[in-house]
Structures are given as C-alpha cells and as structure tokens.
Ligand binder design. Sequence first.
Ligand SMILES: [Zn+2]
Length: 251
Amino acid sequence: MPEVTPALLVVSAHAGDFVWRAGGAIAAAALRGERATVVCLSYGERGESASQWLQGKALDEIKGIRRAEAEAAASALGADIEFLDLGDYPLRESPDAVAALVDVYRRVQPTVVLTHPLADPYNGDHPAAARMALEARVLAQAIGVANSDGSFPTKDEIIGAPPVFFFEPHQPEQSDFKPNVLLDITEAFPRKRAAMECLPAQKHMWSYYTDLAVRRGVQVKRNAGPNLGLAHETMGEAYVRYFPQVTGVLE
Ligand SMILES: [Zn+2]
C-alpha cells in the first residue's frame, strides 16, 4: 500500500459548527502533527448571529465578525480555514457551490472527511451542507469531471475514497443521530475549550458542549472496557460513520 499523508477535511455549514461538533477531532489531528482544513460554506450570518442583529449591526459587519471568530477558533484548534461565503438561511445547494467544493477536495486530498448528518429538522442548512459535501466527494473522484476553471484533473489530483463521519447535531434524537464511533478527545479537549471561547456570542454553548464531552467520554470508557485504563476524566465526541469500514482484519 502506498504511504498516504493524513489530511482531515471538515465541511461546516456555518462559522461555528465545526467548533462545537468536531473541535476535538480537529485538535486531535493537529496534535498528531496532521493537516486539518475547515471549509465554512457560510458565516452563519443570518441564522446563527442573533446577538449581533439585536445590537443593530449590518450584514457585512456581522459576516466580518463571524469570520474573525472562526479564524481564531480554527487557530486555537491548529487547523487551516477557508470560507466559500455561499450565504445562509437558506444555504442553497447549487452546481457552483458543489464545483467549489470539488476544487477543495482535490487540493486538500483528504484521508478523512467530517460533516453534518443528513437530517436536522431544526436547521435545513446543515443537511444541505452534508449533501453537497457528499456529492462533491464523489465528483472529485472522477477524472472526467472538470475543475471549476474548466481544466481536467490529472490522476494525482482526483481523490481516493476518504471515509465520511457525521458529527453530532445539536438535537441528536430528533436528527436520528445514533453514534457508531466514539472518539476519545481527552488530550485535545483543552484546545476545543479554547476554540469554543473564541465564540463569545454563543457563550451558553460552552458549558453545554463541555458537558456533552463528559457524557460522551463516559460512553467512550464504557464501550472501551476496563482494560484500556482510560482516565476518569475521559472526554469524548460522537460520530456516525457513513460508508462501511474496509479492513482485512475484523477489530
Ligand atoms: Zn450551523
């Protein structure tokens, strides 16, 4: 098997989503010295910036604030970040948006992809982001699908078949989210907490997602069993793996 360089790609509908839902996985990858890239499809300027609208700020000002917060959070996690500025509420699926994502896939060459689950009755932007992330992943594999500038990819530029993991939505039961992967983020959690604190407008979420990490950490320990000797303070994040695991050995 050829040596592959690990690269994590996170497709986030809004500027804050990747922090709450996948900050531990991102920080853990960075702590291992791996490249992590976040692509925010929008700034969450309309749907997830209520406090700034209530302060009377203008749309462009709010986008700038959310962008700066997301850049600070990504930096705290150790990730690169880019923004497609596709607009939110609603985030519209479009051929241009998918083509832009195909370019991102081919540039980043991800070995793992994280995005939203396909159901979220509270926020249609999240499943729209997931659908575009999945569609672009398939198109980026095809040598006959052009890049957005009209050029065709070489065989080194098309991507392989990176596994896709859906990160936890805010209302997991209503979103049919039943985790089949529990990630130990204990070492990464201080970075996740620091990244959360880069989002002051959603301060109420800091303790919510800290508590959630504690609860998922309990499940990490319960499912790992006693032999791993995980610490009492184990912190966790929950994921759903979308495509089957491919392996020569069942483990
Ligand atoms: Zn969101």
